[in-house]
Design a protein around this ligand. Structure first.
Ligand code: ADP
Ligand code: MG
Length: 381
């Protein structure tokens, strides 16, 4: 494997082990995680691979095979100062240290096939692989559910992104051919069958490669708006509200806040319907729910973009069973659930539509529900 050869070249020795953790697609349940609601992500067959060797001194050396990521040298007493890509690695190390693990120095090489910044959570893939690696090597004894929280805390407190537990849960708790149904209030999760090939289906990711400048601000703004609404309505989170209460809620909020709440409430209901449909019928039954999720994000939560709307609309018009933007919004990727035999036509239609609109060429690729984070057994490690 290339990562092992490169590790040997860079550090002059073999690593102690190799760990992989996947990125994710959120099938449905957007912005519901921090509202203590439901989400349904699946791990994709693209991962961050981390080769790691513990050192006997306090030094930390980090390399990535991505040429845009510069090598970083630091030490175990300077973890909280991490910036750039190293924050995803050192943030996890810092949280483990805070939780009482005695952390020696280490050497790490990262190689990731999860596109960065595309809304597929390349960041949680890195955090999850590093959390699993350090927990294994240092005998931390933390469960996967605990490692989810380690990754989240690293992202919140060291990277500085106010994200929920969706991404790390998908990466650490997933299984091949399954989606992870997660209740963000109880933090309980359950695997739900998502066997796309058995139904003759594919999941096409349309990476618009556009990340709007207000993505971070927009995310924080929607989060604040949901928190204010919950306070105004006297509930501890929007999770507590049901679809049947919406008419009554409408009279108590300004129009914009009401639309934000309506997205969260209806999105939670859609997640539950998708979970039921997958169990009862299969993925061919969820297309319309994906479509209505997109409309809700476009019109009520207002986190879509012209590129995402075009991607969704074009896929729908050319044979997708359903399509929606996925991830935090304001750019990133859309997903389309498509019959396998329509893939070529849908790809062509998307490229044409983006060119006609004067948008940059999107990156198109299919993903399968893949396994969760794991240690890869390799000889001599
Ligand atoms: P997403 O999680 O949606 O991909 P983020 O902005 O949360 O987007 O995370 C992307 C960041 O993760 C990059 O800016 C970079 O710091 C880091 N990253 C992702 N892939 C790699 C890689 N192969 N090597 C180094 N850093 C990476
Ligand atoms: Mg991320």
């Amino acid at each position: 494997m290339r990562i092992l050869q490169e590790f040997q070249k860079i550090f002059g020795t073999a690593p102690d082990g190799l760990w992989q953790a996947p990125g994710r697609v959120n099938l449905i349940g957007e912005h519901t995680d921090y509202n203590k609601g439901f989400v349904l992500p699946f791990a994709i067959d693209r991962q961050a691979s981390v080769a790691l060797r513990l050192r006997t001194d306090q030094r930390i050396l980090l390399h990535s095979l991505d040429s845009r990521a510069e090598a970083v040298q630091t030490s175990v007493d300077r973890l909280a100062e991490a910036t750039g890509w190293s924050a995803y690695v050192l943030g996890v190390a810092w949280v483990l240290q805070q939780e009482g693990l005695s952390l020696p120095g280490f050497e790490l090489l990262l190689d990731s096939t999860v596109p960065s910044g595309a809304g597929l959570s390349s960041s949680a893939a890195i955090e999850s692989a590093v959390a699993l690696a350090l927990n294994d090597l240092l005998g931390g004894g933390l469960s996967r559910e605990e490692l989810v929280l380690v990754g989240q805390r690293a992202e919140n407190e060291v990277v500085g992104a106010p994200t929920g537990i969706l991404d790390q849960s998908a990466s650490l708790l997933a299984a091949e051919g399954k989606a992870v149904f997660l209740d963000c209030l109880s933090r309980e999760s359950r695997l739900v069958p998502l066997d796309l090939p058995a139904s003759g289906l594919s999941m096409l990711v349309i990476d618009t490669k556009v990340s709007h400048a207000h993505a971070d601000g927009g995310y924080a703004d929607r989060r604040a708006s949901c928190e204010r609404a919950a306070e105004q309505l006297g509930v501890s989170s929007l999770r507590e509200l049901g679809v049947e209460q919406l008419t009554q809620i409408e009279t108590r909020l300004d129009q914009e806040t009401f639309r934000r709440v309506r997205h969260i409430v209806t999105e939670n209901a859609r997640v539950l319907k998708v979970v039921a449909s997958l169990a009862e019928t299969g993925p061919e039954a969820i297309g319309e729910l994906l479509n209505s999720s997109h409309l809700s994000m476009r019109d009520d939560f207002e986190i879509s973009s012209a590129e995402l709307d075009l991607a969704v609309q074009t896929a729908q018009q050319h044979g997708a069973l359903g399509a929606r933007m996925t991830g935090g919004g304001f750019g990133g990727s859309a997903i389309a659930l498509i019959p396998q035999h329509r893939e070529v036509g849908i790809r062509q239609a998307l490229l044409q539509a983006f060119a006609d609109a004067g948008f940059g060429e999107p990156d198109l690729f299919t993903v399968l529900p893949g396994p969760g984070a794991q240690r890869i057994i390799v000889p001599n490690c």
